[in-house]
Write a protein that binds this ligand. Structure first.
Ligand code: NAP
Ligand code: GDP
Length: 328
């Protein structure tokens, strides 16, 4: 039986990846950072909390990574742990650098010193393209990060490649474009919108305050994207791959789709609030994942319109359940 260690297992991608690997027959270990309250709601939502073996550890604590590797003896390590929210990275640039940047070097060193045959996946990001240098971004597009988060991720990306080239380690980097789901954190704009749509529809919220609604992203479904992570580690050689939907949509259009789905007009509810504007913005992203299609046989399966409807439905259900519980 193959075994995998996932950092960030309590996050959106960690939960979907854990379920995917369990379905493939893996023994799955998850690294969990100590928090004062439980963070298992996503693993619960997918009904896999009992099946994942949890190991305490933190990307900023080198010794905890060494002992997590000793305990799990993994064939594959998926590094999904990060301070992953771009907005917060301006408020906490040092923490972001430590977790999403240096944390990766901690993990690479831990692998090098324990078993450098372990296959390693690094969660790189389209945010590294930032101020885009080509209209469509692929693996050879130059990077231009625009936030402390993106800078930390770019450092981690090159460190992963450097360990491959220096120590012959298997380090694959997935340059994933934005991917969403009902398990997305509410600070991200898609889930902020679908949560608000559900609450407005049910009469619990009056307006939705947003920042730059002309920003465009290439959005896909997280459940589709975790398969690409696994495929990257099944190849003979480690490499970098862009994973994207190949369509760019504005936040405004996203609002239109989500509100229209419940019979409302977004223009009646959106308030533009300068507090949500960023010090430096990534205005537009659009990925080309032809390489992943050709080499991994991967392509996105879920259409954005369907994804938004799935997210709105899930949030309507949550709002209704909460309301029923409050009444009882
Ligand atoms: P997420 O939901 O924010 O999950 C982040 C995970 O990292 C959580 O499990 C969190 O634990 C954990 N974590 C935070 N600080 C840690 C630390 N110091 N040590 C160990 N674990 C720590 O993120 P996601 O959307 O699943 O994304 C997964 C990865 O892909 C991240 O690296 C992200 O930057 C990258 N990425 C995401 C996207 C996207 O669109 N989702 C696109 C490209 C790349 P707690 O639950 O305890 O906080
Ligand atoms: P990101 O691409 O990782 O930064 O994902 P987000 O979902 O946080 O943001 C996507 C885009 O939506 C960015 O260009 C934001 O500036 C824009 N945006 C506009 N209003 C908001 C908002 O209220 N919250 C967030 N998170 N993003 C917003």
């Amino acid at each position: 039986m193959k075994s995998a260690l996932i950092t960030g297992v309590t996050g959106q991608d960690g939960a979907y990846l854990a379920r995917f690997l369990l379905n493939k027959g893996y023994k799955v270990y998850g690294l969990i950072a100590r928090r004062s309250s439980e963070t298992f709601w996503r693993l619960d939502y997918l009904n896999i909390l009992e099946e994942v073996e949890l190991i305490e550890g933190d990307l900023t604590d080198f010794s905890s990574l060494i002992s997590a590797i000793y305990k799990s003896r993994p064939d594959e390590i998926y590094n999904l742990g990060a301070q992953s929210f771009v907005g917060t990275s301006w408020d906490q640039p040092l923490l972001t650098s430590n977790v999403s940047g240096i944390g990766v070097t901690n993990l690479l060193e831990a692998i090098k010193l324990t078993n450098n045959q372990t296959k390693f996946y690094q969660a790189s990001t389209s945010e590294m393209f930032g101020l885009v240098q080509n209209a469509v971004q692929n693996e050879s597009t130059p990077f231009y990060p625009r936030s402390p988060y993106a800078v930390a991720k770019l450092y981690a990306h090159w460190m992963s490649i450097n360990y491959r080239e220096s120590y012959d380690m298997f380090t694959a980097c997935g340059i994933l474009f934005n991917h969403e789901s009902p398990l997305r954190g509410k600070e991200f704009v898609t889930r902020k919108i679908t949560d608000a749509v559900a609450k407005i529809k049910m009469g619990f919220q009056k307006e939705l305050r947003l920042g730059n609604i002309d920003a465009k992203r290439d959005w896909g479904f997280a459940g589709d994207y975790v398969e690409a992570m696994w495929l990257m580690l099944q190849q003979e050689n480690a490499d970098e791959y862009v994973i994207s939907s190949g369509k760019s949509t504005s936040v405004r259009e996203l609002c239109d789709i989500a509100f229209e789905y419940v019979g409302l007009d977004y223009r009646d509810y959106i308030v533009i609030d300068p507090t949500y504007f960023r010090p430096a913005e990534v205005q537009v992203l659009l990925g080309d994942s032809s390489k992943a299609k050709e080499k991994l046989g991967w392509y996105p399966k879920t259409d954005l319109n369907d994804l938004i409807k799935i997210m709105v439905d899930a949030d309507l259900k949550r709002v209704n359940t909460k309301e029923t519980m409050l009444k009882s």
